[in-house]
Write a protein that binds this ligand. Structure first.
Ligand SMILES: Cc1cc2nc3c(=O)[nH]c(=O)nc-3n(C[C@H](O)[C@H](O)[C@H](O)COP(=O)(O)OP(=O)(O)OC[C@H]3O[C@@H](n4cnc5c(N)ncnc54)[C@H](O)[C@@H]3O)c2cc1C
Length: 445
C-alpha cells in the first residue's frame, strides 16, 4: 500500500510503500522485495529521515517487546520499537529510567540510536549511543548481525547516528539508570540577555544533572537579545517508594483543521513575552513532575498542526564554544529580523561528543533549536544563512531535525562523513537502505 508520510515538521511529504511487521521474522521481506527500504519509528524526526518514497518504509512500532532485564546492572534488552514512554511507564515503578530522555516520550529506541539522541543531561552523560551495550542489525544482505564495541565494530559505529542507513535495528541492550524518585527538583533563573544566560550556564551547569533554557528569538528589544529562562535540576531523592509511579496527564489535542494564521509575528511575540514574564527572576527547589519537566509539549497532542498544512522547520545546530557566543548573536539577530519569527526555541550546553560515531550530532558547544513556520521562500534563505554561520564556526546541524540543508553543507559540517560513507558503501553497495533524506543529502554512495 502506498501511503503519504512526513516527519514531525509535516514537510516534506513522501509517498511510500509501507510494511508493518509484527514479528522480527517478517522484516526480511521489504529488504528482499522492494527497491530500497528504511526503518521508521514514530516519525518524530522533523524532516525526511523516516520515509522512503523510492521504495518501502518499515514501521517498527509493533516490534516493541521487552525481552530481558537485569536489575543488578540496569541492562534492559528489548525490541527496537519499544518507546521511551513505555520504558518510563514500566520501569519507574521499579526504580529505573532511561539514561537519555529527549523532549518527547514518543520516540522509539531504534530512532533514538539511529539519531544518537541527546537529552537535558548531555553535558553530564553524553548521548544515547554511549549507554547502549549492543544491538542486532538486519543489514542490506538480509543478515542479522550482532554489533557491539568488540564485535562488528565498524557497523556499530556507523549505525549510532547513522539515520537508519546501515540496516534495521531489531533489538538492543541499553543500560537504564536507578532512581529514587522520578521527579526533578528544579531551579529557575531568568537571564535578561544571551550573555547572562551563557554566564549562568558556565558558572553553575555542572551542579545540575539536567539543564536547558527557553530562549526568546523574537522579543527583548535591542538590549534583551536572547533573553532566556534557564531550567536546571537534579533528580529528587529520599522520597518513599509510593511516589515511584508513572505520571498521567490529560492531553488536549490540536484539530487537523487548525488554521496556520494562529501563529503570526504578533502572536509569537506575545507568547514569548508572556512566557518570559510568567517566570520569576529566580526560583529554587521547585519540585516538578517528570512529564512536565521533560515533555512540556506532549500534553498537547498534535501540536505540530498549529503550523497549518505547510508545516514548519525545526532548525537545530551546535556551535563550538570558541566564538560560539558571537555566532549565537548573529543567528538570533537573523531569526529576529525574519518574517514570522521563531516560535519556540531552546538553548543548551553540550558536553563531549561521541567519538565512536562519525555522524553523531553533539559536540562541545552551544546548541540552539528554533521552530520556524514554513512560509515563503524567505524562510529557506534565512536557514541557508544560518547554515553559513554554523559552517564558518565549525558547527553542524542536527540531521534528525533537518528537511532542507544541502549535500555540500553537510560535508562541510560533518568532518567524518567520508569515513562513514566508506563503511556504508562496503556494507550496502547497492544502496538497499535509503531514505528521502539520504537522497537529498547524497548519503548513498
Ligand atoms: C517534541 C520533540 C522533542 C524532541 N526532543 C529531542 C531531544 O531533546 N533530543 C534529541 O536528540 N531529539 C529530540 N527530538 C527528535 C527525536 O528524538 C528523534 O528524531 C528520534 O529519532 C525520533 O524517534 P522515532 O522513533 O520517531 O524515529 P523516526 O523519526 O521514525 O526515525 C528517525 C531516524 O531513525 C531511523 N530509525 C528508526 N527506527 C529504526 C530502526 N529500528 N532501525 C534503524 N533505524 C531506525 C529512521 O530511519 C530515521 O532515520 C524531538 C522530537 C520531537 C518531536
Amino acid at each position: 500500500m502506498r501511503t503519504p508520510l512526513s516527519g514531525w515538521g509535516r514537510y516534506p511529504v513522501g509517498i511510500s510503500e509501507v510494511h508493518r511487521p509484527e514479528r522480527l521474522g517478517e522484516l526480511k521481506v521489504p529488504l528482499q522485495s522492494s527497491g530500497s527500504a528504511i526503518a521508521r519509528g514514530l516519525g518524530r524526526s522533523y524532516g525526511d529521515a523516516s520515509f522512503n518514497s523510492s521504495g518501502c518504509t518499515v514501521l517498527t512500532e509493533r516490534l516493541n517487546r521487552f525481552l530481558d532485564f537485569d536489575p543488578s546492572t540496569g541492562a534492559l534488552e528489548c525490541e527496537a520499537g519499544v518507546t521511551i514512554g513505555e520504558i518510563l511507564e514500566y520501569f519507574i515503578p521499579r526504580g529505573f529510567v532511561p539514561p537519555v530522555i529527549p523532549g518527547t516520550k514518543f520516540v522509539t529506541l531504534g530512532g533514538a540510536l539511529a539519531c544518537d539522541i541527546h537529552g537535558k543531561n548531555h553535558h553530564k552523560d553524553g548521548s544515547f549511543g554511549r549507554h547502549v551495550i549492543d544491538f542486532s542489525l538486519l543489514t542490506a544482505d538480509g543478515e542479522l548481525v550482532h554489533c557491539s564495541r568488540d564485535e562488528n565494530v565498524e557497523l556499530f559505529r556507523a549505525t549510532v547516528g547513522g539515520m537508519g542507513l546501515t540496516g534495521i535495528i531489531t533489538q538492543l541492550r541499553l543500560r537504564l539508570i536507578p532512581i529514587e524518585d522520578p521527579r526533578v527538583v528544579v531551579d529557575y533563573d531568568r537571564a535578561k540577555d544571551l550573555d547572562r544566560a551563557l554566564e549562568l550556564f558556565h558558572e553553575s551547569d555542572e551542579r545540575y544533572k539536567y539543564s536547558v533554557a527557553w530562549i526568546d528569538c523574537v522579543g527583548g528589544g535591542r538590549r534583551g537579545l536572547g533573553r532566556s529562562v534557564l531550567m536546571r535540576g537534579n533528580p529528587a531523592t529520599g522520597s518513599e517508594a509510593a511516589v515511584l509511579r508513572p505520571e498521567k496527564r490529560r492531553g488536549i489535542s490540536v484539530p487537523s483543521t487548525a488554521p496556520s494564521f494562529l501563529l503570526n509575528r504578533g502572536s509569537i511575540r506575545a507568547f514569548n513575552g508572556l512566557y518570559y514574564r510568567k517566570h520569576p527572576r529566580q526560583a529554587r527547589g521547585v519540585l516538578s513532575g517528570y512529564e512536565s519537566f521533560f515533555f512540556p509539549l506532549d500534553g498537547i497532542r498534535n501540536w505540530n498542526r498549529l503550523y497549518g498544512r505547510s508545516g514548519f522547520f525545526q532548525y537545530q545546530a551546535v556551535l563550538p564554544y570558541d566564538d560560539g557566543r558571537d555566532g549565537l548573536v548573529k543567528m538570533l539577530e537573523l531569526l529576529r529580523k525574519s518574517g514570522p519569527g521563531a516560535f519556540l526555541a531552546v538553548l543548551k550546553r553540550f558536553g563531549s561528543g561521541n567519538p565512536e560515531a562519525p555522524l553523531s550530532f553533539p559536540m562541545p558547544g552551544y546548541t540552539l533549536a528554533a521552530d520556524v513556520p514554513r512560509r515563503g521562500s524567505a524562510v529557506l534563505d534565512l536557514l541557508s544563512r544560518l547554515d553559513e554561520i554554523v559552517i564558518d564556526l565549525g558547527g553542524r546541524v542536527y540531521l534528525a531535525k533537518d528537511a532542507r540543508t544541502s549535500p555540500g553543507a553537510v560535508r562541510a559540517m560533518y568532518p567524518h562523513l567520508e569515513s562513514w560513507l566508506e563503511i556504508k558503501s562496503r556494507f550496502d553497495p547497492a544502496n538497499r537502505l535509503g531514505s528521502d533524506l539520504a537522497r537529498r543529502l547524497e548519503l548513498l554512495p
